[in-house]
Design a protein around this ligand. Structure first.
Ligand code: SAH
Length: 291
């Protein structure tokens, strides 16, 4: 009897590969100004890139201190525009609905969805530090009753089956096998629920992964998937695309501005620009229905 009990009690901590532990180490240690200084503006912490035309007049500001502040604010505006675009594709959500934010970072995406729809949100990150940070932010905002972050593996969340009206990955699909990821989203989403991803993917028409794509993989310890793999893996997991948008052109102004932000650059800026321009890499939004 004792042995049987010990066996059933072991499922508490999701299994984690060595690779996933390295990814967790990366995000536990990560304190890039581009991730922290932008978030401090309005306590919406985004760890993704930005979309839309940039106001380049910020670069002409003569006062150095003011120039930095204005560039930081403009990059944050573009990043937040991406979070809003993603949230706008989540469907008609009501305050009693639940959403699942897979690979949630420091939590800005879940807050954005909650502010827009009033919904409950569960964010999951493999970084304990990020989950703690995001929960503290939700507490300070007074929304911790509805927005919660969990230190878990998004492939094996332990969250309730069929409980979610919508779910998403904002720049976090490149850390996992898509089949396993979409199987978990399909399990969590109710029938008719909406899944959305915004992601960089490599362009099948280019051939294989380019040098730039490989450099991005090495920089972030990730594995960028080809565009085709998204649709194959969705089809295998009851996720039927309803809207696909090529955001590549809309992603470029962000990188052009960021490469000139000396106080925020991480060194990967030109690689992204070259990857987009040589046609080997695309920025995509895919919205799909769970059938
Ligand atoms: N979606 C967030 C963060 C993107 S950064 C945003 O838009 O701001 C990538 C995130 O994926 C990090 O938070 C990292 O911890 C998370 N991640 C990577 N692999 C994961 C896994 N297997 N399970 C859960 N989170 C994971």
């Amino acid at each position: 009897m004792t042995t049987a009990h010990a066996g059933t009690a072991s499922a508490q901590v999701p299994t984690q590969s060595v690779y996933q532990s390295r990814v967790a180490d990366y995000w536990n240690a990560e304190e890039n100004p581009v991730n922290l200084e932008l978030g401090m503006i309005d306590d919406l912490y985004h760890h993704h890139y930005g979309l839309g035309e940039a106001d380049r007049s910020v670069l002409e500001e003569q006062d150095p201190e003011r120039r930095r502040t204005r560039i930081t604010a403009e990059l944050h505006r573009l990043e937040h525009a991406q979070a809003e675009l993603l949230a706008s594709h989540l469907g008609d959500l009501a305050p009693e609905d639940r959403v699942f934010d897979a690979g949630c970072g420091r939590g800005g995406g879940s807050v954005t969805a909650h502010l827009r729809y009033g919904c409950h949100a569960d964010g999951v990150t493999i970084s304990a530090k990020q989950a703690a940070f995001a929960n503290e932010q939700a507490r300070k905002r007074g929304i911790d009753g509805k927005v919660r972050y969990h230190h878990r593996n998004m492939l094996d969340t332990g969250l309730a089956t069929g409980a979610y009206a919508a779910s998403w990955n904002n720049e976090s699909t490149m850390y996992v096998e898509l089949d396993l990821l979409f199987a978990e989203h399909a399990r969590l989403l109710r029938r008719g629920g909406r899944y959305v991803t915004v992601t960089g993917c490599y362009n099948d028409t280019y051939g294989q992964a380019s040098r730039e794509v490989s450099l991005i993989n090495a920089h972030y310890i990730c594995d960028i998937h080809p565009r085709s793999e998204y649709f194959r893996a969705m089809a295998r997991n009851r996720l039927v695309p309803v809207h696909v948008e090529d955001l590549t052109q809309a992603a470029i102004p962000y990188w052009e501005l960021r490469r000139q932000a000396d106080h925020l650059v991480t060194g990967i800026e030109d690689t992204f620009l070259n990857a987009y321009r040589n046609g080997s890499f695309q920025y995509l939004l895919i919205a799909a229905d769970r059938v």
